[in-house]
Design a protein around this ligand. Structure first.
Ligand SMILES: NC(=O)c1ccc[n+]([C@@H]2O[C@H](COP(=O)([O-])OP(=O)(O)OC[C@H]3O[C@@H](n4cnc5c(N)ncnc54)[C@H](OP(=O)(O)O)[C@@H]3O)[C@@H](O)[C@H]2O)c1
Length: 349
């Protein structure tokens, strides 16, 4: 099989496609033939060594946290039937934050608890025939990491509840596009989301009022919209230019959630403002919640681009721009004759 490795920290040119032996499953693990791996900003921060988590990598390292694919085996102690994931089931999921084996790989071994079937299965009976075309797995490859982050940010950190007003910075990004529907689902009365003017239509489509931060002063717009009261919750996917001014626009008792893990929350905490950085934890309950959302259409994973393995460096350059819209995906089906429905990469799914 093939995988994408880095041999050292550095620029996108470090990412090289290499042959590797198929991984062996450890206890509790499932073997998955990967169809798509989602790209996330953490990937380029690990690649260049700037992430605080980069010290966990052993070279050569495989990057990537999330995936969609098909179950092809499991360790003896895993009851795939009981998990509703028998061999052949289309699944999605992500590596836990203490598992640094990556997902830019044609085959991965991953703990069963980090996976879920791509369908919400009320009866627990998998319908593997429901995904006849492997292209349909594309959005699932970009669902787990951003979706779990958004779910934890909205439900556990900000505790968005009925009637809350919510401001989201970066509403059309990988996580932002899931924050809007999940805040709506949690009962938010009104949601504003910032983004560049070219992303305003997408933000409206997702269900928020768009504030084009490159054309309007978001602070003025929010003040006018809330009569100076501010928002109950601010979900800040950007942080750098937005965190400090956001503290001036929280209603009394408001909560702010900032995504970048190296963010300094002390300016908020010093003022007694509740502030959080979501800590990712994978659970089947959360994955099933996201699966149900994607299946019902409540969650919509916009795909910016699907890249073949040999264009992974371009994907990292786009990620590093900080202005991705939706998700970038890596197509790992390669020339694998077992990959059903293999087709040329396309720009929209
Ligand atoms: N804590 C965690 O567990 C966790 C999990 C996932 C992600 N993260 C972090 O969260 C951040 C966002 O991740 P992502 O996957 O959503 O990234 P992304 O897909 O690259 O999206 C970045 C977003 O930031 C917006 N943006 C850039 N400059 C802005 C500004 N000045 N004001 C408002 N918005 C601005 C962009 O919108 P425009 O293009 O419209 O400017 C874009 O929507 C990254 O730093 C990532 O590492 C943390």
């Amino acid at each position: 099989m093939k995988q994408i490795e880095i041999s050292d920290f550095g620029g996108p040119e470090q990412l090289q496609v290499r042959e590797a032996a198929e991984p062996a499953v450890g206890p509790g693990e499932v073997l998955v033939r990967v169809a798509f791996a989602g790209l996330n900003p953490l990937d380029h921060k690990l690649r260049d060594g700037s992430s605080g988590k980069a010290s966990h990598l052993t070279m050569p390292a495989v990057l990537g946290r999330e995936l969609s694919g098909t179950v092809i085996g499991a360790a003896e102690d895993v009851d795939l039937e009981a998990l509703a994931m028998p061999v052949g089931t289309a699944v999605f999921g992500m590596r836990a934050m203490d598992d640094w084996r990556g997902t830019y790989s044609e085959v991965v071994a991953i703990p069963a608890g980090c996976l879920a079937p791509v369908r919400a299965l009320p009866t627990g009976v998998p319908d593997t025939a429901a995904v006849p075309d492997a292209d349909a797995l594309a959005p699932w490859g970009g669902l787990a990491l951003a979706g779990l982050t958004a779910l934890i940010a909205v439900r556990d950190c900000a505790r968005v509840s009925r009637g809350d007003t919510v401001l989201i910075h970066g509403g059309a990004g990988g996580v932002g596009q899931m924050l809007i529907p999940l805040a709506r689902e949690a009962g938010a009365a009104q949601i504003w989301a910032t983004g560049r003017a070219e992303n305003a239509a997408r933000i409206r489509e997702l269900g928020a009022e768009a504030i084009a931060y490159d054309e309007q002063d978001w602070e003025v717009v929010l003040d006018e919209a809330t009569a100076g009261r501010g928002a109950d919750v601010i979900l800040d996917t950007h942080y750098f230019a937005t965190f400090a001014p956001s503290l001036e626009h929280l209603a009394d008792g408001g909560r702010i959630v900032v995504l970048p893990t190296l963010a300094d929350l002390s300016p908020a905490k010093d003022r007694g403002i509740e502030a959080h950085i979501p800590q990712l934890e994978v659970s089947r309950e959360r994955l099933d919640h996201l699966a149900a959302g994607l299946e019902s259409g409540a969650i919509d994973v916009e795909i910016a681009q699907i890249l073949p393995m040999d264009q992974i460096a371009d994907g990292h350059r786009i990620l590093e721009s900080g202005h991705s819209r939706g998700k970038l995906l890596l197509d790992l089906r390669g020339e694998n004759p077992q990959a059903p429905g293999k087709r040329a990469a396309r720009s929209e799914a």
